[in-house]
Design a protein around this ligand. Structure first.
Ligand SMILES: CCCCCCCCCCCCC[C@@H](O)CC(=O)SCCNC(=O)CCNC(=O)[C@H](O)C(C)(C)COP(=O)(O)OP(=O)(O)OC[C@H]1O[C@@H](n2cnc3c(N)ncnc32)[C@H](O)[C@@H]1OP(=O)(O)O
Length: 361
């Protein structure tokens, strides 16, 4: 039997050397590192010259650690050797001339800078894993908090879906006539959802979500003024078509926002839903504010007439100050609120899509 040399392919990383020996069904493997920093390989197997005994030796450019890891598969023998020092080598062997049986393993090949990037990515992954693990370890109530948020979002999602579906079905069946009794058919559910929404101001205060307090407060207080003060307190407003537009605009965003949060609670995200959550507000928010402003303007003469919530004045100054003046001031705050929340949502959108792009690259 002839003794032959197999084809050997190599690649390196800063700390390791990888060798792939082209020998299938290798048996009687004898792989060892000699004291002179030389790898000796001998095995019986099927190589380029059929079934034979194959052997080779390689004297490495720099010192390596004595232990050799190898794994023999049906197709090849993989060998991994650790470098003594984590350093990039200019070549594999001490002798400058490359042995004929040796070639780069292009499946594994990386040049020095790519290998550094791979190392950095691994380091970052390790740091992220450690920080996630330590966060989980630091907060023993994380499960309870996530469970609470998940249930809160689920209840809101069901509530707003009920409103949205109810209004849509009635719109299809009754057409424009459905505009006039939106309040009577959906107000109870809207009261429930908007009262629950007060938790959205409390949650950031308790550190349960990252939402800043001020935008959450503007959002919840703004809607509740419209719902409880303009629609709730004035029967004359309740059968006006503006109720339909306000409720429809509110519920359209919420049937996407709450499921988005539910998925966030279980660490999942669905691209389309994320896109809708961070894009739909662009047309809906200004339309919502305009609809709310129309409702406020329509309520002004009613407050003047009914004197509801009017502020008593000393006789010399007149009878009382109509609540409509407060509402006129509120109209200014509404557009200020629109500006603050539009800017906040725009920043959230940019942050979300920027970090997604970074994750993809
Ligand atoms: C009497 C005094 C009155 C004073 C007020 C005067 C001014 C009033 C003017 C008000 C105008 C309001 C008009 C408005 O009513 C019109 C409409 O709503 S029209 C319909 C369209 N509307 C919208 O699109 C707004 C919907 N609402 C919101 O988006 C939020 O309420 C808002 C606070 C504006 C922004 O939300 P947030 O800051 O939370 O942004 P993110 O979604 O990006 O969340 C940030 C991170 O927190 C996590 N989070 C938040 N909430 C939850 C939750 N419930 N469960 C789980 N996780 C949550 C979220 O996942 C983000 O985490 P990460 O960064 O890790 O992704």
């Amino acid at each position: 039997m002839q003794i032959l040399t197999p084809h050997v392919y190599w690649a390196q990383r800063h700390g390791d050397i990888y060798l792939r020996v082209e020998l299938s069904d290798a048996k009687d493997l004898d792989i060892s590192l000699q004291e002179n920093n030389t790898l000796q390989f001998r095995a019986q197997g099927h190589g380029a010259k059929g079934d034979n005994e194959y052997e080779f030796s390689l004297e490495f450019l720099e010192p390596v650690r004595p232990e050799v890891n190898h794994r023999s598969t049906q197709r090849q023998v993989d060998i991994k050797i650790r470098k003594q020092e984590e350093r990039w080598w200019d070549r594999l062997t001490l002798q400058e001339k490359k042995p004929l049986f040796l070639a780069p393993d292009f499946d594994r090949w990386l040049d020095e800078s790519d290998a550094e990037m791979e190392l950095q990515a691994k380091e970052e992954e390790k740091i992220n894993r450690i920080s996630v693990e330590s966060r989980v370890r630091k907060d023993p109530y994380l499960g309870v908090k996530k469970g609470y948020l998940f249930m809160y979002n689920l209840v809101q999602f069901l509530g707003f879906s009920w409103i949205f579906v109810n209004m849509t079905v009635r719109l299809f069946i009754l057409g424009q006539d459905s505009f006039y009794d939106t309040f009577h058919t959906t107000a109870d559910m809207m009261y429930f959802c908007q009262m629950m929404a007060v938790l959205e101001v409390i949650n950031p205060l308790l550190g349960l979500v990252k939402t800043p307090f001020f935008p959450a407060m503007i959002q919840v207080a703004g809607r509740n003024v419209i719902l409880f003060v303009i629609f709730g307190a004035l029967e004359e407003m309740q059968n006006k078509p503006v109720v339909f537009f306000v409720f429809y605009l509110w519920s359209t965003i919420e049937i996407f926002r709450y499921p988005f949060y539910m998925l966030a609670c279980i660490g999942t995200d669905w691209k389309l839903l994320t896109w809708l959550r961070y894009s739909l507000w662009i047309p809906l928010y200004p339309l919502g504010v305009v609809a709310e402003a129309v409702a406020v303007i329509q309520s002004l003469p009613i407050f003047d007439e009914t004197r509801l919530f009017s502020f008593p004045l000393p006789k010399v100054l007149g009878h009382s100050l109509s609540f409509s003046y407060t509402l006129q001031l509120y109209l200014v705050f509404m557009f200020l609120g629109l500006f603050i929340n539009f800017r906040h949502l725009y920043k959230q959108r940019r942050r979300r899509f920027r970090s997604r792009k970074r994750k993809i690259h």
